[in-house]
Design a protein. Structure first.
Length: 531
């Protein structure tokens, strides 16, 4: 246990002192550019390792589209002859999303109680159990229960991984580093699709579909083991009075040996986090306060709507029912699986571009453009399927496939990484786990509604279903442009000011003052010591 959080913070205009080491405002300003470059290089290597471990859970049970065309899977569970097959397919997808909804809300509690890393470990256990139950299912009811259990685990991971990343990334590269979360997920999705494509050619009953479902257990297992290599969030540690451990982790993440610039960044980062969390300790932190206090409620609405909007573009509908869509456009089963896998492979590229662009163009306008682009693509898909769906017109069917790929270009290139970054960074530390859980609830509610409705909608209203998703995309594009605040380049504490929160100390205060001193009063013995 480190020293207690300060009860009092006093500021003078002489010199900024953190951990007893002083530096002038002139030095801070001159070092920022070099500091940022050094941090980006170091933190990239740190995050690439951790994102590679954490992102592997993207190969997951959610991506089950390939099994819709596997004869042995359909026959084993009677889905090829069941009169309620569309409803069962809807339940297979819907129960996973329902589990994800409960999982992400549970993670909002465990993330605060246990810490980010331990909460991720618990989520991994659910994901592994769900994957094993799916692979070993002997009845459709067992498979449905397994889907829900897997959803519990993945829902927790979808929320906890970017939450952790947002809390350790420096402000000037947070968009890129948290955006790598989306890239890793797409790598998992694409590999899952290609594995499904490969096993389609296995003609050995259960061997066609059980091994691909079992493979998904490997990646949460790797993540669970890899968590021992990943440091806890320093913000969570400071919030829980583990000050010395937080300082060590901040140095490990941000500081390079014999680099004064990175050392200065660590001092300023710790000072701001420490001061802000001391102040936030006096603020309400219950679930009810999120909905009763105006500036928290504003975050809840914006965060929930941001991730909800991404799902209402229909990207998960195209992902989960993609092989069937391509088959309806005149392609064979194997070609449809290859097109679906290729669609996800494209997603890796555009998601990486999204992560790169976030810190240059900002979150707000990328999401605005992304929603508008998805609307255009959905309009193209609906028109072409209405005219050429079920025909042998190759040009028309190929054009429809082009618009399906264009949809992912806009969604992955502008929306996917952006929503995770934005939905996590708008929350103050003392509410971030609960708040981001609410944001991610929007993701799973949106997916649940569309995926549950999709089989019946395709049977009844057909191409008009795309127009519904197009309408949502247009509405949210306008809302993003008019009402969403920009957060690019700000520290998590400075973002709080955008939503009307009071800051204990801002980075700007340290830079504008000629010289500033920060001291804290130790809550145990009342002595003033430098931060």
């Amino acid at each position: 246990m480190g020293s207690k959080l300060p009860l009092k913070i006093s500021l003078s205009t002489d010199r900024l002192a953190v951990s007893g080491i002083t530096t002038s405002d002139h030095d801070i300003r001159n070092s920022r550019s070099a500091t940022q470059q050094a941090h980006i290089l170091y933190i990239k290597s740190f995050h690439e390792r951790d994102c590679a471990i954490m992102g592997l859970f993207g190969t997951r049970g959610e991506s089950i589209s390939a099994y819709n065309l596997m004869p042995s899977f359909l026959t084993y569970f009677g889905l090829d002859t069941a009169v309620n097959a569309p409803q069962l397919f809807g339940a297979i997808n819907g129960l996973f999303q329902g589990g994800g909804l409960f999982g992400t809300l549970m993670a909002g509690v465990t993330g605060d109680k246990l810490g980010r890393c331990k909460a991720m470990f618990v989520a991994c256990l659910f994901a592994i159990t769900g994957g094993a139950l799916q692979a070993g299912s002997v009845h459709i009811a067992m498979f449905l229960v397994a889907r829900f259990v897997a959803g519990l685990g993945i829902g927790g991971l979808v929320m906890l991984v970017p939450l952790w990343q947002s809390e350790v990334a420096p402000p000037h590269s947070r968009g890129l580093l948290v955006g790598l979360h989306g890239v890793s997920i797409l790598i998992g999705y694409a590999s899952s699709a290609w594995v499904g494509f490969a096993f389609y050619f296995v003609n050995a009953g259960g061997s066609q579909w059980r091994p691909p479902l079992a493979i998904q257990c490997i990646f949460p297992l790797i993540l669970a083991c890899g968590l021992y290599l990943i440091p806890e969030s320093p913000r969570w540690l400071i919030e829980n009075d583990r000050i010395e451990q937080a300082q060590l982790i901040l140095k490990k993440i941000h500081q390079k040996a014999n680099n004064a610039d990175s050392q200065e960044f660590v001092r300023r980062e710790f000072n701001q986090i420490h001061s802000q969390l001391a102040f936030e300790r006096t603020l309400p932190s219950s679930w009810s306060s999120i909905f009763t206090i105006p500036h928290y409620r504003k975050r809840a609405i914006i965060g929930f709507s941001t991730l909800l909007a991404g799902q209402l573009t229909g990207t998960m509908v195209i992902n989960n029912y993609g092989p069937g869509l391509y088959k309806s456009l005149g392609h064979s089963d194997s070609a449809s699986l290859a097109l679906a896998a290729g669609w996800l492979t494209e997603g890796i590229v555009v998601n990486f571009l999204n992560a790169l662009m976030l810190d240059y163009f900002g979150r707000k306008w990328l999401m605005t453009v992304g929603m508008a682009g998805c609307a255009v693509a959905l309009l193209g898909v609906s028109i072409l399927i209405a005219v050429y769906g079920g025909t042998t017109n190759k040009a028309g069917n190929s054009a429809a496939i082009f618009f399906l790929y264009l949809h992912l270009t806009f969604y992955g290139g502008c929306m996917d990484a952006s929503t995770y970054v934005y939905g996590s960074e708008i929350w103050p530390t003392h509410l971030r786990a609960k708040g981001f859980a609410i944001s991610c609830a929007g993701l799973f509610i949106g997916s649940l509604c569309l995926l549950e409705a999709a089989p019946t909608a395709f049977q009844t209203i057909g191409w008009r279903f795309y127009l519904i998703m197009m309408s949502f995309s247009i509405i949210f594009s306008v809302l993003f442009a008019l009402y969403w605040p920009e957060t690019k380049g700000l520290t998590l504490e400075e973002i709080a000011a955008k939503f009307g929160d009071e800051l204990a100390i801002s980075e700007g205060e340290g830079e504008k003052a000629d010289e500033t001193t920060s001291t804290v009063t130790n809550s145990k013995d009342g002595e003033k010591t430098p931060i």
